[in-house]
Design a protein around this ligand. Sequence first.
Ligand code: SF4
Ligand code: SF4
Length: 373
Amino acid sequence: MIVRDDLDQLLGAIARRGFRLIGPTVRDGAIVYDDISSSADLPAGWTDEQDGGTYRLRRRDDDALFGYAVGPQSWKRYLFPPTSVVWRSGQDRAAAEAEAEAGPPMAFIGVRSCELRAIAIQDRVFLGGQHVDPVYAGRREGAFLVAVNCGTAGGTCFCVSMDAGPKAESGFDLALTELMDGGRHEFLAEAGTGRGADVLSEVTSRPAGRPDTQAADLVTERTAASMGRQLDTGGIKDLLYDNFEHPRWDDVASRCLTCGNCTMVCPTCFCFSITDVNDLTGTQAEQQRSWDSCFTMDHSYVHGGSVRASSRSRYRQWMTHKLATWIDQFGTSGCVGCGRCITWCPVGIDITEEAAAIRASDGKAGGDNRGHA
Ligand code: SF4
Ligand code: SF4
């Protein structure tokens, strides 16, 4: 057990090992990830209220450091940056890969269980295939992950439905549970790796007793019982495959702005595009990789036209990929139930509501039109 005032010892022990500390902090009315230097940078006493198309920070009546759900950003922006250079004129592949790995290794402070799952999913995409992505690999390999079990479920969270939370089970170096019962402010700390245990050995602590572990279990049990949303995943792959022509796709298309926000905030979405960029003198050229979205026309443009020209076909592609075709492609769902796509959709389109509507009137329309407009 680590008391609140000794949390900086933990951050210091990680920083001494050469890691760049990145954690949650309040900026522009939201909890966002940024460089931090001590626990004073964490969002003490803040929580978030979330619903479809709605996000507000609100003061808590305590000084919890991790008393919120998730903000608009995910760790994706550090492992798979929104823009990166993949090649520069005059540069060979080895130099490009060395550049991708440049910079100190990163330590992520406050990784939620759903985010650990999202990182594991992106590991599969970027590292698990025939071609390893050097930008992602360079950033991911040394990263130190400090998970924090959720003590608050957001209004749009449904990690329980996706079997992705709220308790971190694996994939972390350290896992913390913030305990504030009975007037105390302590963290139950669990090491998930040898280097996590090394860090812990340098921090003032006391052994956790059974009442401490029971209190920690109660925190995640309460969070699990207060999910803002739920999604019935039973047979969801076949449900969506059987309903390519369901009228609900027209209904959601009448609301969807095809802005792509849902894909930008999603911690598992990985689509990107490559752009050739020349400088004005004509002496330097590079290829830049930028996040792209299945909601843009250009992303599905193939020799003379977009294969997904309508908003109906684009929303259907996104949701069917997340919940169904991802399973065939990578062996897991592409959704971890973080709720960001619901919160940050400007018109409040809700993936759980759309899936439930299709289930409620499952037409078993069938057809062989997967992926077509
Ligand atoms: S579902 Fe919402 S966030 Fe996603 S593209 Fe449509 S309007 Fe934008
Ligand atoms: S689809 Fe929505 S709820 Fe699922 S992981 Fe992506 S942003 Fe989170």
